[in-house]
Design a protein around this ligand. Structure first.
Ligand SMILES: C[S@@+](CC[C@H](N)C(=O)[O-])C[C@H]1O[C@@H](n2cnc3c(N)ncnc32)[C@H](O)[C@@H]1O
Length: 316
């Protein structure tokens, strides 16, 4: 097995290059339906520079691709979709109309259904999103996973301190990461990512009084709120790719849900955070992205870390 990097639309890559039940862990961080386009930041002062090349778009319209995706799902010619997914998309059409949000959900339903196909029965799936569309995405995931014996396991809240202050609403300081399994038996090793207890609990433990706390040890098993620093303008690992996630966050997910020599797939690889972390933790990776700027950044990142990989470009 070789590490693999694909440059192209993930739907095409998944369909033509990735075998059924071949992947142990999938982490994806697709565009969030933020209705904006992201520019590559070169100036490193924490602001996007619209004059610079566009890294990727996150604006959706009901176009030919959306109409074809919609038809593909409801006709289910390739038998990829569950009845629940078909009925969900038909129902959402009534609620949302053939507009941008439905285009976004059709695109993700098509792609996540392929990811379900390539995931091993013992595999785990993480979808990183934010509250803009998380309520719809959970419906999509339930329709793909839960109707075939998979389980919804967690809605992880990733809490961070970066971002602005809230004057018209409460400041938004979290992302949502959905965690699903494909089958009933899946790998999960929370003891590898224990977290520190609060000073207050440690103080109570030190009293030695059982009534003060039953907790033991300086650390505890992780909970569904991850408090992990986001990449800020001073962060050493910052590459200037908009929406770049921190390595610490990916380390937690990869350690908790895979073993050495497992295969980790990220079909929206961006700056390649999950790929680099997978390699550091001795897993193999499959990365996919359709942005030329993403490819440039990932390949530089691999070069700096001396990571070997096989490169396939569909955009030639
Ligand atoms: C939110 S970013 C991912 C950031 C990444 N997690 C990181 O740490 O850098 C989403 C990425 O998905 C890519 N993308 C969007 N649609 C895609 C598609 N259909 N096929 C492949 N990549 C896609 C974009 O180019 C972008 O790089």
């Amino acid at each position: 097995m070789l590490n693999q990097l694909f440059y192209g639309d993930n739907l095409e890559v998944l369909r033509n290059y990735i075998a059924d039940e071949s992947v142990d862990l999938i982490y994806i961080d697709p565009p969030f339906n933020s209705k904006r386009n992201y520019n590559q930041i070169y100036n490193n002062i924490g602001e996007e520079d619209p004059a610079q090349a566009q890294a990727f778009t996150d604006t959706w319209t009901w176009n030919i691709a959306a109409a074809m995706g919609f038809e593909e799902i409801i006709s289910n010619k390739n038998q990829l979709y569950t009845n629940q997914s078909i009925n969900l998309i038909l129902g959402l059409e009534k609620v949302l109309g053939k507009e941008s949000l439905l285009a976004y959900l059709v695109s993700l339903t098509q792609r996540i259904s392929e990811m379900y196909r390539v995931l091993k029965n013992s595999g785990s799936f993480y979808l990183h999103c934010d509250p803009t569309a998380s309520h719809y995405l959970k419906l999509v995931l339930d329709s793909i996973f839960c109707s075939r014996g998979g389980s919804f396991l967690n809605e992880i809240i990733w809490h961070y301190n970066t971002g602005g202050v809230g004057k018209k609403w409460f400041a938004r300081k979290h992302d949502v990461i959905f965690f699903y399994s494909k089958g009933k038996s899946y790998q999960f090793y929370p003891e590898r990512i224990k977290i520190d207890r609060t000073q207050e609990v440690l103080r109570r433990i030190r009293t030695g009084n059982e009534n003060a706390t039953r907790s033991k040890g300086e650390q505890k098993l992780p909970e569904d709120v991850f408090v992990v620093q986001a990449i800020n303008s001073m962060a050493k690992e910052r590459l200037g790719y908009p929406t770049q996630k921190s390595e610490n966050l990916l380390e937690r997910i990869i350690l908790a849900s895979s073993n050495e020599n497992d295969i980790v797939l990220d079909a929206y690889a961006g700056s390649g955070t999950s790929l680099v972390v997978a390699q550091k933790l001795k897993r193999y990776f499959i990365g996919i992205d359709d942005s030329p700027i993403s490819m440039e950044i990932i390949q530089k990142r691999f070069e700096n870390s001396k990571i070997f990989y096989n490169f396939v470009s569909l955009n030639v």
